[in-house]
Write a protein that binds this ligand. Structure first.
Ligand code: HEM
Length: 640
């Protein structure tokens, strides 16, 4: 996994005189003062002293090797945003520096990648420039955190963010043009006070305006400098949300619910701050960012994370794995070939010896991802799959891997079950449209047979987990709280899809809005049970219920329709097959519940569950649940 510094800036060695080109004063220009040294000038004012690290790829690569950084994501500096200028000038300026960024990347031996900039005062032009840049090789975009008086919740900016999600572009939000400038003339206060406050304001507006509720869940957005003061003051924000209507705005959920919607970088320069940031945001949401090569950047890029007390797994995430996700790159991409130094073993934080095999492997992976050579591994994404097991125990308990793999296997099969049962519903729907055709009924029965075979395997699989001694499980169980099977989205989806709908269960998914939305949709949709009886109505076996019919009368009518199918076996063999498969599936789900309870009792006795339930005594109540009760009811009336 390449160690990736996602927050670095660049300046080209030279660029055209923009003041002369556009006929407006005070555009940034570069004034070289000595070999390898320059000043950024705004008009005649010296804005910042910079060095050749800003424009010379070799200097950057040497310093990256020194610090054990495999890859940098470069972006322009906010002083070039030009959001307060004529839109066309800002667009031309963006194009100029976006192309210059790619030129620098081209000299970076595959280790420099770029984010573009856009003229955010003009949304159409911004969308067009982003699309152009994504095609040219940029990985995303850096934007300022406001455009004049418009915060990030401005409808135009939200449209742009939607466009970014559609383009698969990573978005990096950098504070600029700091508030209350007249009160911060000294002490670099705009950097030390203004920037953190600007970023916090951006996050608060995105949350409270309800923007995160409307923006696509696949938007990958990251905020600079650890998200400013946001994490530290989240408690204050929560308190205000709870107690004051005005603080809530249009947000559907309390502020902490949106933590899973954005990333922050690690540029906080203090171990306790980083520790706290990771605690608040989660280890998957913090990305290594150094602010290289500017004066307030991390002196030894990555040292803060490497010298932290985090587990090797967390360091791996922070230094590189999270960046892969944010940038939308494949997780198994190996470190790119370095100039002199070896790629870095990011779990230990130490540079290790490079081998030709490492670089070759990286290229093979790239090829496979570009669709050139499909291999067993690349097709099945085996490397990614094998990297998805992250035990929480430290030192790692031998049996925790088994515990994770068994659960993951269940989830994969749940996914296949949902896939097949959705297809069963679609086939039964097709039968409603065309009741005389037998194709849909046949296909539904065929797929249901697969579902029952999968369920049989799932019932059996608990025995593998029972090879774990209760004492061994208890050695790491407390590390898992408050995670619980209650939070298995797919299990609940299966229940809802089959017809067992309990809205109360949504409360276990409030922390994950996307999951909540999926379950909410399942709750509202027709279930397999509903569609099955709609098909029997279309067939004429079941009469539509009278408006005044009670639930009990409707239930009995449906059971009698099943009864009628079985009595006329010669004409309804295919439907009876569907009924038998559904009954068998129901039976196997009850067997699954029973085996789960036996395993729970064998492992934790009558202890409470990590999800807060009474444990096995609660689970026993679920044994009465049935997906298709009418199929069971009908059996009472059947005769030989
Ligand atoms: C040592 C192993 C296990 C123990 C001790 C255990 C324990 C429990 C307990 C106590 C509950 C009740 C909810 C709570 O308070 O947390 C529960 C629920 C659940 N567990 Fe497990 N479990 C184990 C393994 C598994 C496995 C392998 C799966 C496979 C997917 C699984 C899936 C579920 C599901 C889906 C629920 C929710 C059931 C419902 O709401 O009807 N569990 N588990």
């Amino acid at each position: 996994m390449p160690v990736t510094d996602i927050h670095t800036h660049f300046f080209p060695e030279s660029w055209p005189d923009l003041a002369a080109r556009f006929g407006t004063p005070d555009w940034p220009r570069i004034q070289h003062t000595a070999p390898g040294k320059a000043l950024i000038m705004i008009g005649n004012r010296a804005f910042r002293e910079i060095s050749s690290a800003c424009w010379d790829a070799n200097v950057r690569l040497e310093q990256m090797d020194r610090d054990g950084v495999d890859r940098q994501i470069i972006c322009a500096t906010p002083v070039l945003f030009a959001y307060n200028r004529e839109a066309q000038h800002a667009r031309d300026c963006a194009r100029l520096f976006n192309d210059a960024a790619l030129e620098l990347c081209a000299r970076g031996r595959g280790r420099l990648r770029a984010l573009c900039q856009v003229p955010l005062q003009d949304i159409d032009a911004s969308c067009a420039e982003l699309t152009r840049c994504m095609r040219a090789g940029h990985l995303g975009v850096q934007i300022g955190n406001h455009v004049g008086d418009k915060n990030l919740d401005d409808p135009g900016i939200l449209t742009f963010l939607q466009h970014c999600a559609g383009e698969g572009a990573a978005v990096f939000v950098h504070p600029w043009d700091m508030m209350a400038a007249q009160r911060m003339p000294k002490y670099m206060a705009p950097w030390t006070v203004g920037m953190p406050a600007e970023t916090q304001l951006s996050l608060v507006t995105l949350i409270a305006s309800g923007a995160f509720d409307r923006l696509p869940a696949n938007l990958r957005i990251c905020f600079a400098h650890g998200g400013g003061s946001f994490a530290f003051l989240l408690g204050r924000l929560q308190n205000a949300w709870r107690r004051k209507e005005a603080a809530r705005g249009a947000a559907q959920f309390p502020p902490h619910h949106y933590l899973g919607r954005f990333y922050v970088d690690s540029a906080v320069f203090d171990q306790r701050a980083l520790q706290f940031l990771v605690e608040v945001m989660g280890a998957d949401r913090v990305l290594f960012g150094s602010d290289y090569p500017f004066p307030l950047g991390e002196e030894r890029a990555g040292a803060l994370i490497r010298e932290s007390q985090f587990s090797p797994d967390t360091k791996t995430k922070l230094l590189g794995a999270n960046a892969q996700t944010w940038l939308g790159l494949p997780l198994e991409a190996a470190a790119p070939a370095t100039t002199k130094a070896a790629p870095t073993d990011i779990s230990s934080g130490c540079p290790v010896r490079s081998t030709a095999g490492g670089a070759d492997a990286a290229h093979k992976n790239d090829d496979a991802h570009a669709g050139k050579k499909l291999t067993y591994s690349s097709y099945l994404q085996v490397p990614e799959l094998l990297r998805l097991q992250h035990p929480e125990s430290s030192p790692e308990h031998h049996d925790e891997l088994l515990f994770i793999i068994v659960h993951q296997t269940y989830e994969l099969w749940f996914k296949e079950l949902l896939h097949d049962l959705d297809a069963v519903v679609a086939n039964l729907r097709a039968t409603c449209e065309n009741p005389t055709s037998r194709d849909g009924v046949y296909e539904a029965a065929r797929l249901l047979r697969r579902c029952t075979e999968i369920m049989r395997v799932l019932v059996e699989q608990f025995t593998i987990l029972e090879t774990m001694l209760p004492t061994h499980f208890l050695a790491f169980r407390e590390k898992l709280a408050p995670a619980s099977g209650f939070q298995s989205e797919q299990f609940r989806e299966l229940e809802f899809l089959c017809g067992l709908k309990d809205e109360k269960m949504l409360r276990y998914h409030e922390l994950t809005p996307e999951t909540h939305a999926v379950l909410f949709r399942r709750l509202r949709e027709d279930s397999l049970r509903d569609v099955f009886f709609q098909a029997l109505e279309a067939l004429g076996t079941l009469q539509p219920p009278a408006a005044a019919a009670t639930e009990e009368e409707k239930f009995q009518a449906r059971a009698k329709a099943i009864h009628a199918l079985y009595r006329d076996e010669r004409h309804h063999r295919d439907w009876i097959d569907v009924c038998e498969r559904l009954t068998e599936f129901d039976e196997l789900v009850v067997s699954w519940r029973l085996r789960h309870i036996q395993m729970v009792e064998r492992t934790i006795g009558i202890r409470m569950g990590t999800g807060g339930s009474a444990g096995s005594s609660y689970l026993k109540l679920t044994l009465e649940k049935k997906f298709f009760p009418e199929l069971w009811e009908a059996r009472t009336y059947l005769e030989g």
